[in-house]
Design a protein around this ligand. Structure first.
Ligand code: A5P
Length: 227
């Protein structure tokens, strides 16, 4: 899917203009987006400042000489570009496969225009095939998992390389396999009511300006959800 990811990522970069503060998402699709931004900085002298959602995105931006701003220095970002694990026709998303969902959601919520870049295989009729990542604080996580289970999913504590996965915020991720998510906004609210839950990887389509879908043949389909 590399060509599809690259196509979507490079298309999105055309929305970035001189002087903008740009929120950088995370993941393998965003990798191509940051590369393209770096190319524009290098070749066109594009002047931007970036706010990264993860250490990895920050490192890549710095390697490419894209000026990086700490989130505490901004009140708003002009544009945000990020990937997703699933997207439905209303622009609702599941994110957090890489574990950066909390910072990604903070940046998306505070961006004037949030663009989602995905390959064609990420499009679904209904969210939920991809297990929904939920960021939870360590204290009482067993109790939070019981309440997640009561919402109709199978919750699994994320483990990577035989170790409990720890987010950049010092929290844990619980991956929640639902049969099918019929009302993402309702489910998101129910999950966030559980004490100990910090945030879920459900992103409302209301946050999204465009969904940019890349295909394997390098073509791109753009869905504009709002002006
Ligand atoms: C990172 O935490 C995620 O939200 C990613 O944005 C999402 O998992 C998409 O990643 P890929 O572009 O690598 O598929």
């Amino acid at each position: 899917m590399e060509s599809a990811k690259r196509a979507a990522a490079e298309y999105a970069v055309k929305y970035v203009q001189d002087g903008m503060i740009v929120a950088l998402g995370s993941g393998s699709t965003v990798y191509f987006m940051i590369q393209k931004l770096g190319q524009r900085v290098r070749e066109e002298g594009l002047k931007i400042q970036a706010v990264p959602s993860s250490d990895r995105s920050e490192q890549l931006a710095r390697e490419l000489n894209i000026p990086v701003l700490d989130v505490s220095a901004v009140s708003r970002m002009d544009i945000g570009i990020d990937g997703a694990d699933e997207v439905d026709r209303y622009g609702n998303l599941i994110k957090g496969g890489g574990g950066a969902l909390l910072r990604e959601k903070i940046l998306a919520f505070n961006s004037n225009a949030f663009h989602v870049i995905v390959d064609e295989d990420k499009q679904v009729d209904a969210l939920g095939k991809f297990p929904l990542p939920v960021e939870v604080i360590p204290f009482g996580i067993n109790l939070a998992m019981k309440h997640l289970n009561d919402l109709g999913c199978t919750p699994v504590l994320r483990v990577r390389n035989d170790k409990t996965f720890i987010t950049e915020n010092g929290n844990r991720i619980v991956d929640c396999q639902f049969d099918k998510i019929t009302d993402p906004d309702l489910l998101s609210a129910a999950i966030r009511r559980i004490p100990g839950v910090v945030e879920s990887g459900l992103f409302s389509g209301k946050l999204v300006k465009t969904v940019i879908v890349g295909r394997k043949d390098g073509s791109v389909d753009e869905r504009v959800l709002r002006d």
